[in-house]
Design a binder for this molecule. Sequence first.
Ligand code: AMP
Length: 220
Amino acid sequence: MNIIFIAPPAAGKGTVSALLEERKGYIHLSTGDLLRAEIKKGTEFGNEINDIISKGELVSDEIITKLLKNKLATIKNQKFILDGYPRNLNQAETLNEIFNELAITDYMAIYLSIDEETAMKRALGRLVCSDCGATYNKYFQETKPKKDGICDKCQGPLNQRADDNEETFKVRFNTYLNVTNPLIDYYKEKGKLEIVDTTNGSENSYQLIEQILESENVNN
Ligand code: AMP
């Protein structure tokens, strides 16, 4: 069963995806990570993307769809998680076409719900390893790094994402409400929606998702 995550910023889709990757062998496709990899290259294209992300706005559908299609073409017969795509109704329609072309029918959209205040706290406390991409949170015991500023997994340096500040977070959250939230009804109407409350942290979210996957396997 492939998974599409629909979630407000900092709901924990990256952290839960990493758990599904580690424990269930999912391929984790994060469009945010694909964009950040372009920014790291320091090209003109990367700089343009950086300007957009820093403002909390969405990158154009053309750019993001091209990056995603290139990445999807590299995975064969492996189950995957889409973390961050689709982000609006146009992208959802495009994804339908891509799935039709690739004959992918086995998928579920999971809405990771969170209230704005908790999401903001998560965003402001988030730390990401610059070397391996592992994510931590300085405000939550469950996901704090063992040593301040150092990755538990590879000892790389931990940094804050440039868009994890209060001002940009508010824009990102509003963008989510205006253009991404309608995807919940879109997938509900297709009979492809599950809802997971992420308030109790990533381990709890993982367990709720595991139950969903198990019941889907039983029913199919
Ligand atoms: P994320 O890592 O999912 O929080 O994404 C970080 C930023 O990357 C977002 O705030 C957007 O600016 C951009 N982004 C990621 N995925 C998409 C997408 N599917 N469409 C447009 N912009 C995206």
